[in-house]
Design a protein around this ligand. Sequence first.
Ligand code: ADP
Ligand code: ASP
Ligand code: MG
Length: 579
Amino acid sequence: MGLVVQKFGGTSVADAERILQVCQRIEHTVSQGERVVVVVSAMGKTTDSLIDLARAVAGECPNPREMDLLLATGEQVTTALVSMALQARGQAAIALTGREAGIITEPHHQRARIVRIDISRIKAELEQGKVVVVTGFQGITPSGEVTTLGRGGSDTSAVALAAALHADRCEIYTDVPGILTTDPRLVPQASLLAEITAAEMLELASLGAKVLHPRAVEIARNFAVPLVVRSSWSDAPGTKILSPNGARGDLHALEVSRLVDGIHIDRSQAKVALLGVPDRPGIAAQLFSALAAEGILVDLIVQSIQHPRNYNDIAFTVPRAALDHALRLCRDLHQTETIVADGAISIVSISGVGIVGRPAIPAQMFSALGQHDINIEMIATSETKVSCVIAEQDSDRALRALGEIFQLEPTPALIPSVEAPSVRGVALDQNQTRLAVLNVPDRPGVAAQILQSLADKGIPLDMIIQSEPAQGVNNIAFTIKTTDRYEAERTLQQTGQAVMVDTDVAKLSIVGLGMAQAKGIAARMFQALAERDINIEMIATSEIKVSCIIRQSRAVEALQAVHQAFALNGSQEIPIERS
Ligand code: ADP
Ligand code: ASP
Ligand code: MG
């Protein structure tokens, strides 16, 4: 007899009729001879309404403990209703809260991670032939306090239960047919993906595709949980999330086990920096199209904030053998007089799972390098990797520093499969704020300290970009979720830094495992934006993504343009169920 975990999102259980439809699906699964654990979200927009209520009585920052107690009620309503509906139809069932289901979390309100699940109660109920209906999104601390996992966290509850129960598969039922090339609410011609790797899904999810909670993907990858995302309203197969590297997780430290599992070095690259290029649409497109046209493979790209206004610095890496060729091309474009080349760099990286969601990890890396007096010239972050460009002469010391702090030996980096598409999907995050810390002394370790202060508060950062130093100081810019804005500003002000805040930005990203080996992918994205006269204000890349910061007012148009530029449009509009 197989065991399946089925999770139903808010729209899928939005009213009595839909709850009965969900029950039919559960009964059908039981009739196929499977044991079923069901995880449900709060009905429709219940969680949003509860948050509004809390704000109405307690202002912008209600007490996090009481907030968790409040929000956890939403899922409780749905479990009780689903369970009683099943019972009324003659199917034995029981509803369990996070506490009753044994979901133990860290003692952090509002973004708790699951430490372990005591599955004894669920197993006992399953053995009695019951369907077990568990609240998503919630758990309890070892001392019995109610916690929630963060918005969208019911996916994480479901996959964690599947891992803990060694379920045969986990099915996430939602209001779209599966994982699409982008959000169909913004691009109705998005197309359905039959499959996607966990690495790509992690990036898309953390870059704004809210269809899956990134931590759910992380658990699926770590514990090799067979995961599919499907429509609640059809029997179509949906999208498979592939976890090719097999199980490595520890069920006693479910979301909190060792995170960094590799240290790598790449000594084959060289760096080019164009300083003071004009800040207008088309510049990056012109530069990277020229490099692509000559067959030069560009690895990391970073474009910094304007300083002084109306100028940008663009830095990128190319294979050393192509450095002279790249330099000639850059000079011929006459975008700036100041071009700096450095053939003696290396790229040191740490890899693991969910690095960006855990700001302490990159902060540890930057601090370790800073403490060893190693200057970081460029930073590239992804959900699975943080890379720093450093001087080649510092390589061995950097490896030793990272080896000590993460207790690992350097390992060869995994080369992604060439067959993977260069762009699997496009994500837009409109909940982004850009912060710039100005006039930071250009000394090893100073930037690390600033980033550490945010990491200590659990605030994840993305697109961390340092400008090229001028007169002994530089600017550090990065993006955060807008919801973390006030806490981040307060924290930085306490460190005595001058901070510039811009909430009118959006982050547009392309993601694909195959882009590491394909030429001209970033150029094509920049070109699509240039053709619509959309200015790119920041660029940051990793091996499998390119992200651009643009104005919020152009965001949806930019998404549509880039989606089309990579020929991702499908032939029909995607059906979406409304809650
Ligand atoms: P649920 O309540 O079922 O958890 P969510 O609202 O959290 O559903 O997630 C589903 C929504 O995610 C879709 O309705 C869609 O608008 C949005 N979405 C964003 N990006 C994507 C994508 N790449 N593929 C599918 N859906 C996406
Ligand atoms: N109800 C919670 C939310 O709206 C959790 C979830 O639906 O996944 O964020
Ligand atoms: Mg969701």
